[in-house]
Design a protein around this ligand. Sequence first.
Ligand code: ATP
Ligand code: ZN
Length: 286
Amino acid sequence: MGTNLKIAVQKSGRLSEKSLKIIADCGIKFGSDARLLREEAENFPLEFLYLRDDDIPRYINDGVADIGIVGRNEFDEQNLPLEVIRDLGFAKCRLSVAVPVKFDYQGLTSLEGKRIATSYPGILKRKLAEAGVNASIFEISGSVEITPSIGVADAICDLVSTGATLVSNGLKEVEQIYTSSAVLIGRKGLDSEKQILLERLLLRIDSVQKAKDYKYIMFNLPKAHLKEVAAIMGGITSPTVTELYDPAWCAVQTVISEERFWDALEQLKELGAQGILVTAIEKLAD
Ligand code: ATP
Ligand code: ZN
């Protein structure tokens, strides 16, 4: 049996489903039966370890896993000598300071001498040190948002996405200290066999991720406007143009970035494009 690359994925939580989806979109087949602790992919030398997200950086550092997917917040909190290989862009959230609604907050200096409850003491300590603020940090692993109402903290520092939980606990978000999304992390200096497997996996992940940023677009166009249209589209390569039966018209096919798409669509319509057909791209490799 050859070498497997071992990837650690959150067993069950906010990261699990999307982490596995990225791997599945790479054409890698596995059971994704997260009741198992580990399983091997069927058609790629990849082995999954399903773990609590907090344990993932340490397992990678200890060599039990080679790579893994965690929130950037967890990676930075643990401060281990690992590297971020790719930002995967999902599970976006922020780490914010929140205080009771009646607290007169004027900036981080308002936290001087206060008690702050958080699950991210490392990131918070660094932020307070930068601002020259001394506060006592109360580390707690969950239900951070209830600590002010039970009198054990004056403020909290917690992950927020919509803020609804804060409001229902009589808190207001006053300071965003960190923004996070899911990242693929790994140990530095993998042996060469594993490094080759990682590069094969990254080629796939990159094509899947890049495809999400582009659309494939096809339309018919009066030939007279072809030059202007080519200038607008600026695809990955120049557009493919085919003759139509009507000699005054042609068909154009190209790839366009999602971000330029709506502007380009308006311009195309002004130039007389018809039958504009747009499709998602599954994979896109350079
Ligand atoms: P585990 O049981 O594995 O320890 P957990 O409860 O610590 O799970 P989750 O709540 O599943 O972790 O969150 C995992 C990661 O998802 C967080 O570290 C963060 O990066 C991200 N995350 C947390 N809260 C949110 C949110 N409200 N919106 C989006 N992403 C979030
Ligand atoms: Zn956790």
